[in-house]
Design a protein around this ligand. Structure first.
Ligand code: BG6
Length: 482
């Protein structure tokens, strides 16, 4: 499908996300012809910018991310951009926005198609959604809305936001972004699981001992202390990215590859999500906070962070399902700031099998999502010239030229919004389950705070708190990535 007619309104058009991710991604889609002659983009934000100034910004964003581009293409592309200064609480501004959208719709023959993109501070999402509805900003063609994370900060606020959005948009037209679902190796999970008998036939409770998901980051919270204080690692990374990865790892095989079937299979799994008791949370969950070093601040010394903050910069825990191929298998996760290195990965640990050689290792299937993108399976073989057993990796890696072709997650996901494919977006029914679980953990940690039990502290640039090594069901389990 090419040259999709549409007027796109980006709330937060002067922001960092638009600059770093959305404008370069839109340009690539323009170069591919997906959007071409019949599209216009309205950037809105409080600042008093002009159309010309926005176009300069968009042009800069493209030059910053693309080494070689045709200046003619860039100029032709940015000529489709318009700026509307906008206070999200001011009704008149929505009227002005509506008029501009209509005018551009006529000028570009956009056929009444609209995409609304919420790319600004999440506290405004509800207000914008309400005004879109009250001021009738939707039009006569398709109307889609893209919502950045976080979608609420607990189940109650997520439900409220969802009501505000569904006043104008059907569930099928709501695209809740989780950028991890746009990553190549995350999109590789289902094909890997369902096209290989070698893998599919062992991907079950009989053979899998445990599953481990690690999303480790080298960076601290940097300038985002204010946001992070309202979030913490659990809401920032577990509620969305980690849960989505785990869902892909544990869901049953979908009947086909339509968005509907994939969401159905996910839902089947999530209906069986086990809600842990307070005792289980105490035993299998850990929260941590990074300390400072000679050259870096500890979390509590970061700008806009309370001196006595109990916000976690590290979270680890355990998730189980009652249904699906790995029903009952413990799925461990951990994520944190200021780890030894950036590494997003999944380890599937298979059970040991008795054998006449005694010393053989278990087989593990590892999927590295970032930064290097690879899959490897550890297997046993014979040591040369002795009868001992050696351990080797079977590797699935990508050539440099292939890596260069991997589109940015945002480009992929924006493409999907244009072609109306919601496979890699979070459905409301999934989100509801995630929040129920997260609320339970948050509540347990809140009780701990009141009882004077705080997050454990950990040294920066190592592997997070030692306490996270104790969350396993049995003494024979440990983190594969250490
Ligand atoms: C974001 C979080 O969703 O994901 C950030 O808000 C985090 O805190 C980021 O740094 C990690 O994403 P990636 O793609 O760099 O692993």
């Amino acid at each position: 499908m090419n040259n999709i007619p549409v007027v796109m309104i980006i709330f937060g058009g002067s922001g960092d996300l638009a600059h770093r991710k959305l404008y370069p991604a839109l340009f690539n889609l323009y170069e591919q012809g997906l959007i071409r002659d019949n599209f216009a983009v309205i950037g809105t934000a409080r600042r008093p910018w002009t159309h010309e100034y926005l176009r300069e910004q968009v042009s800069d964003a493209i030059h910053e991310t693309h080494k070689e581009v045709s200046e003619n293409d860039v100029q032709a592309f940015v000529s489709h951009f318009y700026y509307q200064s906008h206070d999200v609480t001011n009704v008149e501004h929505y009227q002005a926005l509506k008029e501009l959208a209509q005018e551009l719709d006529d000028r570009y023959s956009a056929q009444g198609n609209r995409i609304f993109y919420m790319a600004m501070a999440p506290r405004f999402f509800g207000t914008i959604a309400t005004h879109i509805n009250d001021q009738h900003l939707t039009s006569t063609g398709f109307n889609r809305i893209v919502v950045e994370k976080p979608f609420g900060r607990d189940l109650a606020s997520a439900e409220k936001l969802n009501q505000q959005i569904t006043a104008s948009f059907a569930e099928d037209d709501i695209f809740r972004i989780d950028h991890y679902l746009g990553k190549e190796m995350v999109q590789n999970i289902l094909p890997l699981r369902f096209t290989n008998p070698l893998i599919k036939n062992v991907w079950n409770s009989d053979n899998v001992k445990n599953i481990q998901v690690t999303l480790a980051e080298r960076l601290g919270v940097e300038a985002r202390g204010g946001y992070y204080e309202t979030s913490g690692a659990l809401r920032d990374m577990v509620q969305n990215h980690i849960f989505q990865i785990i869902t892909l790892l544990a869901m049953p095989q979908p009947t086909d590859l339509t968005a509907k079937s994939i969401h159905q299979a996910k839902q089947e799994l999530l209906d069986s999500l086990v809600m842990p008791t307070k005792e289980e949370i105490d035993q299998h969950f850990v929260r941590g906070q990074y300390l400072g070093s000679d050259t870096t601040f500890g979390y509590k010394q970061e700008p806009n962070v309370a001196e006595d903050s109990t916000t976690e910069t590290f979270a680890a825990g355990q998730i189980k399902f009652q249904k699906g191929p790995v029903a009952g298998v413990p799925i461990y996760f951990r994520t944190g700031k200021e780890f030894r290195e950036k590494e997003s990965r999944i380890d599937i640990v298979l059970k040991h099998m008795s054998n006449p050689y005694g010393q053989a290792h278990s087989n593990n299937i590892t999927i590295v999502i970032d930064p290097q993108m690879e899959i490897y399976i550890t297997i046993n073989g014979k040591k040369i010239s002795t009868s001992g057993i050696r351990r080797e990796n079977l590797d699935y890696t990508f050539a440099k030229s292939e890596l260069a072709q991997v589109p940015d997650g945002y480009e992929r996901l924006l493409h999907d919004v244009f072609v109306n494919d919601s496979t890699n977006f979070t459905h409301w029914s999934e989100l509801k389950n995630y929040w129920k679980f997260i609320d339970l953990i948050e509540d347990a940690w809140h009780q701990d705070n009141q009882a004077g039990k705080k997050p454990v502290e950990y040294l920066p640039y190592r592997m997070g708190p030692k306490a996270a090594d104790q969350i396993f069901d049995s003494a024979t389990e440990h983190w594969i990535y250490d």
